[in-house]
Write a protein that binds this ligand. Structure first.
Ligand SMILES: Cc1ncc(COP(=O)(O)O)c(C=O)c1O
Length: 476
């Protein structure tokens, strides 16, 4: 009883001599024991065994795995054990259900209607009216004449490279600080990624690094076949400088706008500036189709080519004739229905994410040594994720300590993307630093944490996050 009183979880884990879990005990178990004649000084062994052994999980299991385990077992608590099988903590179902996630989907009112209509009309195919309408609406939202709805953003990037006829060994410049999906399609085509560092304001591709690498590669006669520029976490890269450089050397720009749908640069939508641009509708993005993506452009020929490649490259013939390697990359009509509903609320979602960013900014105002990504001049980012940077000279708690502490409080945070130049996958690829003395992306990775930024997050949840971070940093 004393142990139970002291434990905030109100559950005690009983272990054997080797420290392995035997059972859990609640005051309900004690009460039932007393009713069956046990006394308060009797050994715990005398109590009736629970109907099932305790459910355990390895400490460090993912939120998803823990959540799945709760769903499967229907227990109220899970004992977290280390690799030796010894208990190190308890996860409670109520806590898990109260969890604040990084960026969960936020559906509007119209999605289900479009999906139901696709069922009613039996349009359960990678073609149909939802896809057609989604493409029209998306092209308009992206300030483009054409949009091609696809199964993922990664597929969009792959098709962008294919329609530009990237050849094996071609050099492709790509932002270093990004999710690996920006880079994988370059490798599918056996081309050579050249990793361009971030600049310290927006954390996006450094125009300075780009200029220096272009100058060197021009002299060596090895200019890249394309530049893939990422708008990190919804914040625009410095496109004026980047596009001007690309134009000088006559190199096509692919915008990886997977994270930045709804952002603006110089009054035009993010994704309206490169020759080709890509959006993602993955479940964690600002709007989602559960999984999906799109390729957009003003170039009819390129989009027609991509459309053909996305449907197995069928030639214009009555029979099934194919002349090139192609893919099955189309979005389904069912998922495009979700996309139609989501596009209708995109403006609200962006406004809400920006508001969340402003609340974080105000909430951390009094903390020394924390900062955020800046908006590039002339841009309004979508703040898909608010990312907090901690200056190690002023904050003596490591971001991962903060992440683990918040995790124990049911708050999901994530490290910033690990730069491509630090990935085993990229060993041996060239990297161009922002300046020879100041590589930036690695520092950003090691000093930053992505905060919950979902547009459905309540103000009280956000206050919980702000208070928890302020407490841990101030040592409270
Ligand atoms: C920067 C970036 N590029 C590309 C992708 C790929 O998108 P998808 O997951 O839809 O393939 C993502 C997201 O997942 C991303 O964050």
């Amino acid at each position: 009883m004393q142990q139970l009183e002291a434990a905030s979880t109100k559950i005690v884990v009983v272990v054997d001599a080797a420290g392995h879990v035997i059972r859990t005990l609640t005051d309900g178990d004690l009460r039932r024991g007393l009713l069956q004649g046990a006394t308060m000084d009797a050994p715990v062994d005398d109590l009736a065994a629970p109907p099932a052994p305790p459910v355990t999980a390895l400490v460090g299991s993912s939120d998803q795995d823990i959540s799945d385990l709760f769903a499967r077992t229907q227990v109220n608590s899970i004992v977290l054990v280390d690799e030796a099988g010894q208990p190190v903590g308890i996860e409670e179902a109520a806590h898990v259900h109260d969890r604040i996630l990084l960026s969960p989907p936020h559906l509007g009112d119209a999605e289900a209607g479009f999906v139901e209509k696709s069922f009613a009309d039996n349009w359960i195919a990678p073609a149909g009216p939802n896809i057609d309408a989604f493409e029209v609406a998306l092209a308009q939202e992206g300030g483009r004449t054409h949009a091609l709805a696809l199964s993922s953003g990664t597929a969009g990037l792959h098709l962008a490279l294919r329609v530009l006829e990237i050849q094996p060994q071609d050099r492709i410049y790509v932002s270093d600080l990004t999710f690996v999906a920006s880079l994988q399609p370059i490798l599918y085509e056996h081309a050579q990624p050249v990793l361009i560092d971030s600049e310290p304001d927006t954390w996006n591709m450094s125009p300075q690094a780009l200029a220096s690498r272009l100058e060197k590669d021009a002299k060596l006669g090895q200019l890249p076949a394309a530049i893939v520029v990422v708008h990190l976490y919804g914040q625009s890269a410095k496109l004026d400088e980047i596009c001007a450089l690309a134009q000088t050397y006559d190199i096509p720009v692919i915008e990886d706008a997977a994270e930045s749908l709804g952002a603006q640069y110089r009054g035009r939508p993010s994704g309206a500036h490169g020759l080709l641009s890509v959006y993602s509708f993955n479940g964690n993005k600002i709007i989602t189709t559960s999984g999906g993506g799109a390729l957009v452009s003003d170039d009819t020929g390129l989009i027609d080519k991509a459309r053909k490649l996305s449907t197995q490259g069928r030639d214009a013939a009555e029979h099934y004739q194919h002349s090139e390697v192609a893919y099955n990359y189309r979005m389904s009509n069912v998922l495009a229905g979700i996309g139609r509903g989501q596009l209708a609320v995109l403006g609200d979602r962006v406004a809400r994410r920006r508001e969340i960013y402003e609340i974080y900014k105000a909430g951390f105002q009094s903390l020394q040594g924390v900062s955020f990504q800046a908006d590039a001049p002339g841009s309004v980012g979508s703040r898909w994720l608010t990312v907090l940077r901690f200056d190690p000279d002023q904050v003596d708690v490591h971001p991962y300590q903060i992440m683990r502490h918040l995790g124990r409080l049911g708050i999901e945070t994530r490290p910033a993307w690990k730069p491509m130049s630090m990935q085993p996958l990229c060993a041996g690829y060239e990297f161009e630093p922002h300046s020879p003395t100041e590589p930036v992306s690695g520092k950003l990775f090691m000093q930053s944490l992505c905060l919950p930024s979902g547009s459905a997050m309540s103000r009280s949840s956000q206050d919980r996050i702000i208070n928890a971070i302020c407490d841990i940093i101030s040592g409270a």
